[in-house]
Design a protein around this ligand. Structure first.
Ligand SMILES: Cc1ncc(C[n+]2csc(CCOP(=O)(O)OP(=O)(O)O)c2C)c(N)n1
Ligand SMILES: [Mg+2]
Length: 345
């Protein structure tokens, strides 16, 4: 889905048309850097105690871990158009969406570490984040985000509120029945729902071509009378421009839309993944399209930032990520008597 770098005049036109200002682009750059620094720091801490023999139950962070490095532009491009009152339902790979939706990095890190100061008091862990204030939820069940977000969208519509609900998913999830079922109802009821397929070319170790008889999932939306936008998910401006259209039309009562953002995950499907289904060269080719580097280069071309400003924003993001991890590590574990609190049986 890579598109050639636009000429400077065209870039200015694209930004103008999307309503993207210098301030917004710098904020997006900083947020993408925060997400990258956060994910890489979690990867470092997750590895503690799990080498030389990988043991998921060992170390300060237990259980499975799915990180999003490389996919920052999708989360940031979409979520910078949302307010706290809009809803986001994410997946088993949720950290970039959570941070882009404005969730506090410290409380997110604490949840990942299973600490009492976490979003769910340490009971959810990395795949089960919930923040009522930021209207954010996710789950480890692939394909669950579609009907859950449709439920939020249904509620917004029933109350006559102008909020939208966004369902993030992987491209593997878009092959599940829930994709079809949700689009059927959402199109019929014209729900303010935006489905974002984060097409990172793999579902676990299964390449997309081995699971789909065609290049993309998004054209299926047309069968439900729902518009689809195919974008370069390694380009925050391309994502933002499509998301603006999808979100604005949903807010205005024109019903659901689907965005398919082609991107790439730099790390394994999960931490500890042997990654024998892809080559190092392939990963390096995609890294050359890095969304943070590309936005940085554009900011310099536009003379909206110089290298020193960008380095300052990267440092700031590194410090914020380190502070979040420090907060999580210093936080207490939940008390034993809390074990059954907030549990529904
Ligand atoms: C209903 C269900 N089936 C299978 C799984 C196991 N599983 C976890 S992640 C995953 C792959 C998902 O791929 P994709 O939707 O492309 O998301 P990505 O991991 O690439 O972000 C699978 C099969 C699951 N968690 N839930
Ligand atoms: Mg995938």
């Amino acid at each position: 889905m890579w598109k050639p770098e636009p000429a400077l005049t065209d870039l200015r036109y694209l930004l103008d048309r999307a309503g993207l200002t210098r301030e917004t682009l710098l904020a997006q750059y900083r947020l993408m850097c925060l997400i990258r620094a956060f994910e890489e720091s979690i990867a470092d801490r997750y590895a503690v105690g799990k080498t030389p023999v990988f043991n998921m139950a060992a170390g300060p962070i237990r259980g499975e871990m799915h990180l999003s490095s490389g996919q920052e532009a999708v989360a940031v491009g979409v979520c910078s158009l949302l307010t706290d009152a809009d809803a986001v339902v994410s997946t088993h790979r949720p950290h970039h969406h959570a941070l882009a939706k404005g969730i506090d990095p410290g409380r997110l890190a604490a949840e990942i570490f299973g600490k009492a100061t976490g979003l769910c008091r340490g009971k959810g862990g990395h795949m089960h984040l919930f923040d009522a204030e930021k209207r954010f939820a996710c789950s480890g069940i692939v394909g669950a985000s579609y009907p859950q977000a449709a439920g939020a969208a249904f509620s917004f519509r029933a109350r006559g509120e102008a909020q939208v609900a966004v369902a993030f998913s992987g491209e593997g999830a878009a092959n599940h029945g829930t994709f079809s079922e949700t689009l059927t109802a959402a199109a019929l009821w014209q729900l303010p729902l935006v489905i974002v397929i984060e097409d990172n070319l793999y579902a676990d170790s299964t390449p997309k071509w081995a699971a789909l008889a065609g290049p993309h999932q998004s054209p299926r939306a047309q069968a439900y009378n729902v518009p689809a936008y195919l974008v370069d998910g390694m380009d925050v401006i391309d994502v933002y421009a499509a998301a603006k259209r999808a979100i604005e039309r949903a807010r205005a009562g024109y019903g659901p839309a689907v965005i398919e953002a082609v991107c790439y995950r730099y790390r394994g499907h999960f931490e500890g993944d042997g990654e024998d289904y892809r080559t190092r060269e392939e990963v390096e080719q995609w890294r050359a399209l890095d969304p943070i580097t590309r936005l940085g280069r554009r900011l310099v071309r536009l003379e909206w930032a110089d290298e020193a400003t960008l380095a300052g924003l990267r440092d700031e993001a590194e410090r914020a990520a380190a502070e979040a991890i420090r907060f999580a590590e210093a936080s207490p574990l939940p008390e034993p008597h809390e074990a059954l609190m907030g549990v529904f049986a």
